[in-house]
Design a protein around this ligand. Structure first.
Ligand code: SF4
Length: 311
């Protein structure tokens, strides 16, 4: 992902909301901020920190391979899906030095195979797996388009042409509970992404938007209204986020120690954070926030001079 130009992605946006300091260390650092020495090895997007994050990444990687094979008319067997997922999970666990008892690992892989297989039966995807005649395409979420001078990472996972319209489909291998309205706007950005993509129509009315989300123990499907108003809101969300990211980047340049940057909104974010070592919140978020507030009262010139909500 090229992060030298302004960009919006779901991962970046959610990290900024969860912890501006972690966002600055992950993304703004690539824009040549002189990082604190201890953080210089911590650049790059967040690697999976928990076993569940490993499982989600492995399922998404397996899905990418499976759908590419389906496009070439190669159908996976359950045994092949299991081998592929096992290899991906084992590699990722090893890479992240996460350990998991063999039995538990096998159980999780079996559940992941089931989850992946069940995707074949959801209404939106069944025609593709049944070989019904459809024009369709699949995408990688890491492919950006340029929108208002920013790189927008909001690709749908699939686009299926049926009854004179394209249905854009986004898959959620886990569904966060927080901010359902914000999530809907994030999904609608896929329409803006498609409008900038060669080969798609230029009329927003040519698209339907569908989300296929894993909740509980099954896939749920729902449509989102694609209207000029909802697209306007989605675009405003992305532009607003990018404004805040620009402001955070400038803030981080102005204070290379990053000591005045806001810390995480919730201590759970810290538990999985790759920047925890050396962070003021390493030994407790609440205490770190109290110390930061105290320091800013002592040295008010270090406080930001603009609201993070201004350009
Ligand atoms: S440890 Fe917590 S406060 Fe520090 S960067 Fe990570 S998420 Fe933010």
């Amino acid at each position: 992902m090229n992060t030298l130009s302004p960009h919006w992605s779901q991962t970046s946006s959610r990290l900024m909301s969860a912890c501006p300091r972690a966002w600055a260390l992950t993304y703004a650092s690539r824009q040549e901020i002189p990082l604190p020495r201890k953080d210089r090895t911590a650049r790059g997007s967040q690697p999976p920190r928990t076993v569940d994050e490993v499982m989600v990444r492995a399922m998404r990687a397996a899905w990418q391979q499976k759908i590419a094979d389906l496009y070439d008319r190669k159908v996976w067997t359950t045994a092949y899906a299991k081998r592929t997922l096992s290899r991906l999970v084992c590699d990722m666990l090893e890479e992240q030095r996460l350990t998991l008892p063999d039995l538990l690992r096998e159980q999780k892989i079996a559940l992941a195979v089931r989850q992946l297989n069940q995707l074949e039966h959801v209404r939106a995807l069944r025609p593709l797996f049944n070989g019904e005649p459809r024009r369709w395409a699949f995408f990688d979420r890491r492919d950006p388009v340029s929108l208002n001078g920013l790189d927008l990472y909001a690709a749908p996972d699939l686009a299926v042409f049926h009854q004179n319209r394209w249905t854009l489909i986004r898959l959620q291998f886990r569904t966060p509970h927080a901010n359902p309205m914000g999530q809907q706007l994030e999904h609608l950005l896929a329409v803006l992404w498609a409008l900038q993509q060669t080969g798609f129509p230029e009329d927003p009315g040519s698209f339907r938007m569908k989300v296929v989300a894993w909740r509980g123990s099954r896939w749920h499907e729902h449509h989102l209204e694609v209207t000029p108003q909802s697209l306007h809101q989605a675009r405003s969300l992305a532009l607003h986020d990018v404004q805040e990211m620009n402001w955070l980047t400038r803030w981080a340049h102005a204070d290379p120690s990053l000591s005045t940057l806001p810390l995480a909104a919730h201590h759970r974010t810290c538990e999985r954070c790759v920047h925890r070592k050396g962070c003021p919140a390493e030994t407790g978020l609440a205490k770190a926030k109290r110390i930061q507030e105290h320091l800013l009262r002592q040295e008010p010139h270090k406080a930001p001079t603009k609201s993070a909500r201004t350009e």
